[in-house]
Every structure is written in C-alpha cells, then in structure tokens.
Design a binder for this molecule. Structure first.
Ligand code: 5GP
Ligand code: ZN
Length: 117
C-alpha cells in the first residue's frame, strides 16, 4: 500500500529505529537527521515517515505531508541559525538520487554556488 514501510529501505529503517542516525528533529509525520556524508557544515535530510519513492510521488499522494517536509526544512534552518540555505530533492539516478525514499537535503553554513554542478 502507498506510504507503507519497505523492508529494504534504509530510511524506513531509520524511521523504525533499526539503523542509527543523528536525529535533529522529529514530528508525528517527519524525521530530520544529519547526512552521513555532509556536503556543507549543515547537511540535514528531512524525510516523511511514510515511504514514497521521491518528492513527486509524495506530493501526489499526500500533499499535506509534502508540506510538512518543507516546513521542517525551515525549522531545521531556524535551529541551525541559517540565514540562507538550499533545499534539494534529487529525483532519479541521473540527478544523483541514491535512496528511494523521498528526502529533502537542507544545506547551509557555507557559500553555495548557483547554478550547481
Ligand atoms: P540522494 O543521493 O538519494 O539524494 O541522497 C541520499 C543521501 O543519504 C546522501 O547524501 C547520503 O550521504 C545519505 N546517506 C546514505 N546512507 C546514509 C546513512 O546510513 N545514514 C545517513 N544519515 N545518511 C545516509
Ligand atoms: Zn522508505
């Protein structure tokens, strides 16, 4: 069923507490934790607890939950005292997606180039 936990999904395992992570925020519907391979002084991943393969699938199935993820990205930025930050959703392997559970990267704490590489 859409949104159900997947046994083979790393981020579902983090949600379930079966894989450790440095959690910085948690709500009823979302978890935010530090990326294991940070690309900036702040690099936090915000995920819905429900499993959707990417941001578009999440937004199509549960728009309110997609909004929760965006709200939490701002909450992370506030907690980390970031005036500027970038929110990234990689969709598809050609764009660098490696984990097939929707997640927002929240990056900040250094200058960020635009356009990105
Ligand atoms: P993607 O490449 O799919 O957009 O982002 C996946 C992110 O998950 C990568 O930035 C990667 O460093 C991070 N990641 C992969 N495995 C783990 C893990 O076990 N723990 C944490 N905290 N982050 C992970
Ligand atoms: Zn998952």
């Amino acid at each position: 069923m859409a949104g159900e936990p997947q046994d083979d999904c790393l981020f579902c395992k983090i949600v379930g507490g079966h894989v450790p992570a440095t959690i910085v925020r948690e709500t009823e519907t979302t978890v935010a934790f530090r990326d294991i391979n940070p690309q900036a002084p702040t690099h936090v991943l915000v995920i819905p607890k429900a499993h959707y393969e990417n941001a578009a699938a999440l937004a199509a199935a549960e728009p309110a939950l997609a909004a929760d993820v965006l709200r939490e990205a701002q909450a992370v930025a506030d907690e980390e005292k970031l005036e500027s930050y970038r929110t990234v959703f990689n969709t598809g392997s050609g764009a660098g997606q490696t984990v097939w559970h929707a997640h927002a990267h929240v990056l900040g704490g250094r200058g960020l180039q635009w356009p990105p590489g």
